[in-house]
Design a protein around this ligand. Structure first.
Ligand code: SF4
Length: 94
């Protein structure tokens, strides 16, 4: 899916949320019940231009639930702990 250019302009920490695609959807989709499907949320994230910022926010804040930047909590934890590369930067946390 083609990503649109981000429109947020300022450097405040949460300015990226201005362009969050999930803001136009049901937020419950991003916090499914245990064992529930994450496919619909991840599909929306795949077209979100601020997914890298969203993932970084989740990593920095040690988010323990939900879909952030297109990754599940388990995937986010793996990136945060250096067990998987950040899918946007390719870097592995030290
Ligand atoms: S990456 Fe997904 S969860 Fe994050 S702001 Fe975009 S749509 Fe929302």
């Amino acid at each position: 899916m083609r990503r649109l250019p981000s429109t947020y302009q300022d450097d405040t920490p949460l300015a990226w949320q201005t362009d969050a695609r999930c803001a136009e959807t049901d937020p419950e989709m991003f916090f499914p019940e245990k064992g529930g499907s994450t496919a619909a949320a991840k599909k929306i994230c795949s077209g979100c231009e601020v997914a890298p910022e969203c993932l970084q926010y989740a990593i920095d804040n040690e988010e323990q639930s939900g879909i952030w930047g297109g990754l599940s909590e388990r995937q986010i934890t793996a990136v945060r702990l250096g067990k998987a590369p950040n899918p946007f930067t390719g870097q592995i946390a030290a």
